[in-house]
Design a protein around this ligand. Structure first.
Ligand SMILES: *Cc1c(COP(=O)(O)O)cnc(C)c1O
Length: 477
C-alpha cells in the first residue's frame, strides 16, 4: 500500500481554508515561512486511502477478538454519539461553573455510580489510565501513612501474577516491591503473604479475579492479613468486568481501587487512548484525592476545593468525554444490566474454555471468570510449535490473536477473553478455528512457523519495531 505522500501530485491539492480576514495580533506572532508540506490529492483519493488503511487493521469490527486481560472490545456506538454532542465535545475546561452545569452533573453522577459499583465512598475522575490510577492510589496510601507519622512503611506487596504496571507504579511512587508467590491453584500463597506482611508494609496491590482469570476465594483473609499488619489494600480494577454488580472491592476489604473506563465502561482502548482510570477510596482517604469533587452551592453545581490532597495528577477534571461514555453505558444497561454483563462475560469465557479444553491444556483446572489461560508448553516440546505460532495461525482464520506470553507465571501462555458481547454461534465458530489450527500445527509443524499466510505483512521483527520504530516518512528537503 502506498503512503499518502507517495500519491501526492503537486498542484492537485485544494485550499479549503480561506486566508484570515482578521488581523493576526497575537504577541510575537510569526507566520510560517514555508508552506506546510501536506499531501496533495483529490477528495476521493483521500477517502480511498483511509478506507484501505482501515482494511489493513484487524479490529473487533472485522472478527472475533479474544485478546485477554483487555476486557470490553465492542463498545456501543450509542456512547460515542452521546460523547460527540456539542454540549460535551465543545466545552472548555476554563468555562465558568454556571455554563457547564450539565457536565458537572455528568461527573457527579459518574462518581456516584462508580462509588456504588466499587463499594467506595469517594471517587476522582482525574487519572487518565489504569496505571495512572495505580500511581494515584499509591500516593493516597503514602500520604495517609505519612499523615500518621508512619514513615517506615516503605513496602508494597504484589503477587507474582500481577500485571506489570503494579510493581512499576509502586516503584514510581517510591516504594520497594515485595513479590508474593502464587500457590499451585494460581492464587495468593497465604503463608507467604503472612510472612511478608509486617511493620514495614505500606500496602498490597491485587486484582481479583487475578490475571490468570481466577477469583481468589481467600480474598477476605488476604485483606485482613494486610490490615492487621497496618497496611492498606489496593484493588486493580482492570478485571472488574467479571464481578461488577455482583461483588464489590469495598466489601472484599479494599481501601482504594481504580477502574479502567476503557476496559469496563464503553471506551475503545486501542491506539494509545484517550482512556480514563478513576480512583475510588474509602472515606478516611478521601481528603487526599487529587483534583476537585463536584459540590453544591446555592442550588448550583460547582467545582469544589479539596484539602490535604496529593496534588493534581492530570490537568483539569481528566478525560471528560470518556467519562460521558462511561455514564451513558452504565445508565443504558442499568442496575440489572451491570451484573448481567459480568455474568455473560463469565459464561462466555467458560463456554469457550469448555469447547477447547480437550485439545488445549488449561494452565489451571478450575471454573474461570471472564478469561482463561492455556499453556502450550507440551506442544512446544513435542513439535517445536509455540504459542506465538498458534496465535499467528489464528489470524488466517479471521481471529485476532489471544494475549500471548502473559501472565508470566504460565509458560507458553495463551490467554483468551471472549467478553459478554459475543454470541454462542461466534464462540462455536471460533472454537472450530482454534481446534483446526492446533490440528494443522501438529500435522505440519514446519508450516506452523510461517503463519499468517493471508496478510500483507507476515511476521514483523517485533523487537526492532519496538526498539527502532520508523514513525516518520522522510520527505526530503
Ligand atoms: C490493563 C491492565 C492494567 C493497566 O491499565 P492501563 O489502563 O492499560 O494503564 C493494570 N492491571 C491489569 C490487570 C490490566 O489488565
Amino acid at each position: 500500500m502506498k503512503l499518502i505522500f507517495e500519491r501526492s501530485v503537486d498542484g492537485r491539492g485544494t485550499d479549503y481554508i480561506p486566508e484570515p480576514d482578521v488581523e493576526m495580533t497575537a504577541p510575537d506572532f510569526k507566520p510560517r515561512e514555508r508552506k506546510l508540506n501536506l499531501p496533495q490529492l483529490s477528495e476521493v483519493q483521500v477517502d480511498r486511502h483511509y478506507t484501505e488503511l482501515a482494511g489493513e487493521t484487524r479490529g473487533v469490527n472485522g472478527g472475533f477478538y479474544p485478546l485477554g486481560s483487555c476486557t470490553m472490545k465492542y463498545n456501543p456506538a450509542m456512547a460515542e454519539a452521546l460523547a460527540a454532542l456539542p454540549g460535551f465535545a465543545g466545552v472548555h475546561p476554563l468555562q465558568e461553573d454556571e455554563s457547564v452545569q450539565g457536565c458537572l452533573e455528568v461527573m457527579r453522577l459518574t462518581e456516584k455510580c462508580l462509588a456504588e459499583i466499587t463499594g467506595m465512598d469517594a471517587v476522582t475522575l482525574q487519572p487518565a489510565a489504569g496505571a495512572h490510577g495505580e500511581f494515584t492510589g499509591l500516593m493516597l496510601i503514602k500520604a495517609w501513612h505519612v499523615s500518621r507519622g508512619e514513615t517506615g512503611r516503605t513496602k508494597i506487596l504484589v503477587p507474582d501474577s500481577a500485571h506489570g504496571t503494579n510493581p512499576a507504579s509502586a516503584a514510581m511512587a517510591g516504594f520497594d516491591v515485595v513479590n508474593i508467590p502464587s500457590d499451585e491453584k494460581g492464587c495468593v500463597d497465604l503463608e507467604a503473604l503472612r510472612a511478608a506482611a509486617g511493620a514495614d508494609t505500606a500496602g498490597l496491590m491485587l486484582t481479583n479475579p487475578n490475571t490468570v482469570g481466577l477469583f481468589d476465594a481467600n480474598i477476605a483473609d488476604i485483606t485482613r492479613i494486610v490490615h492487621e499488619a497496618g497496611g492498606l489494600c489496593y484493588y486493580d480494577g482492570a478485571n472488574l468486568n467479571a464481578v461488577m454488580g455482583i461483588v464489590r472491592p469495598g466489601d472484599m476489604g479494599f481501601d482504594v481501587v481504580h477502574v479502567n473506563l476503557h476496559k469496563t465502561f464503553a471506551t475503545p482502548h486501542g491506539g494509545g487512548g484517550p482512556g480514563s482510570g478513576p480512583v475510588g477510596c474509602k472515606k478516611f482517604l478521601a481528603p487526599f484525592l487529587p483534583g476537585w469533587r463536584v459540590d453544591e452551592k446555592d442550588g448550583a453545581l460547582v467545582r469544589g476545593e479539596a484539602k490535604d490532597r496529593v496534588g493534581d495528577v492530570r490537568s483539569f477534571g481528566g478525560n471528560f468525554l470518556v467519562v460521558v461514555k462511561a455514564l451513558a453505558y452504565i445508565l443504558s444497561i442499568g442496575r440489572e444490566g451491570v451484573p448481567a454483563t459480568a455474568a455473560n462475560a463469565v459464561l462466555n469465557a467458560n463456554y469457550l474454555m469448555h469447547l477447547l479444553k480437550g485439545a488445549y491444556p488449561m494452565a489451571f483446572d478450575a471454573v474461570c471468570m471472564h478469561e482463561f489461560v492455556m499453556t502450550l508448553e507440551g506442544l512446544k516440546e513435542e513439535t517445536g510449535v509455540s504459542a506465538l505460532d498458534i496465535a499467528k495461525a489464528l489470524i488466517d482464520h479471521g481471529i485476532h490473536p489471544p494475549t500471548m506470553y502473559f501472565p508470566l507465571i504460565v509458560h507458553e501462555a495463551l490467554m483468551a477473553e471472549p467478553t459478554e458481547t459475543e454470541t454462542k454461534e461466534t464462540l462455536e465458530e471460533a472454537a472450530r478455528a482454534f481446534l483446526k489450527v492446533l490440528e494443522d500445527a501438529k500435522r505440519e509443524p514446519e508450516k506452523a512457523h510461517l503463519a499468517p499466510l493471508t496478510t500483507r505483512i507476515r511476521r514483523p521483527d517485533e523487537v526492532k519495531a519496538a526498539r527502532k520504530p520508523v514513525i516518520r516518512h522522510d520527505l526530503g528537503a
